[in-house]
Ligand binder design. Structure first.
Ligand code: PRP
Ligand code: URA
Length: 208
């Protein structure tokens, strides 16, 4: 799986275990989603391009750097929302563009219900945010939208990925890196990731 990057960071592994725990209540669950997303985004942005920028310190002028690329955060509603805040604190000038998709419970296919992207792309790098890469349908559909929009560089930042979803991504978008906290075993008959963490949207928003 050449383009899948599971985190090896001990903090991610520790926090993921608490996230999976059925006894973790929504407030703590949201906090863990926020923290894990921030750690994964730190790893996912390690290759962002820089341009030189001179800076005046209190003592002298020196050469500094600033980000060259304009970053877009693209949470997939609803569950991706909880991944925005921590990452946005790291890169406050990022734009946030929401994509609304839900998974039809019967077919497991994504259904688009919200997309307000302007005609011309306003960012050059997009981080697609969704905690769960299950069948992969939602991630593939979102990346289809971003490619049609004209975004040059796209990365997927999730928390758990199933082999089925990773395979679908590799079939449709093999060049898109997939940053995850962990790769899980498989999907169950209802398309849930095993061992997983349950329904990421319901657990964040207390709707389960
Ligand atoms: C969940 C999850 C992903 C999708 C993953 O969303 O947040 O968006 O399912 O499944 P897939 O890889 O098989 O497409 P859901 O449709 O439950 O909507 P929600 O976030 O509004 O709860
Ligand atoms: N969506 C979720 O929230 N959890 C899963 O396990 C699969 C899809």
């Amino acid at each position: 799986m050449p383009n899948v990057i599971p985190s090896t960071h001990p903090l991610v592994a520790h926090k993921l275990t608490r996230l999976r725990d059925v006894n973790t209540e929504p407030k703590k669950f949201r906090e863990l989603i926020r923290e894990i997303a921030t750690l994964l985004a730190y790893e996912a942005t390690a290759d962002l391009l820089l341009i030189p920028k001179p800076v005046q310190t209190p003592l002298m002028q020196t050469e500094g750097m600033e980000l060259k690329e304009k970053i877009g955060l693209v949470p997939i509603l609803r569950a991706g929302l909880g991944m925005v805040e921590g990452i946005w604190n790291l890169m406050p000038s990022a734009e946030v563009w929401h994509i609304g998709l839900y998974r039809d419970e019967r077919t497991l296919k994504p259904v688009e219900y919200y997309n307000k992207l302007p005609v011309e792309p306003t960012v050059s790098v997009c981080l697609v945010l969704d905690p769960m890469l299950a069948t992969g349908g939602s991630a593939v559909a979102t990346i289809d939208v971003l490619k049609r929009w004209g975004v040059a560089k796209i990365k997927f930042v999730g928390i758990l990925g199933a082999p089925e979803g990773i395979a679908l991504m590799e079939q449709h978008h093999p060049e898109v890196p997939i940053h995850l906290a962990a790769i899980d075993q498989r999907l169950n008959e209802r398309g849930y990731i095993l061992p997983g963490l349950g329904d990421a949207g319901d657990r964040q928003f207390g709707t389960g």
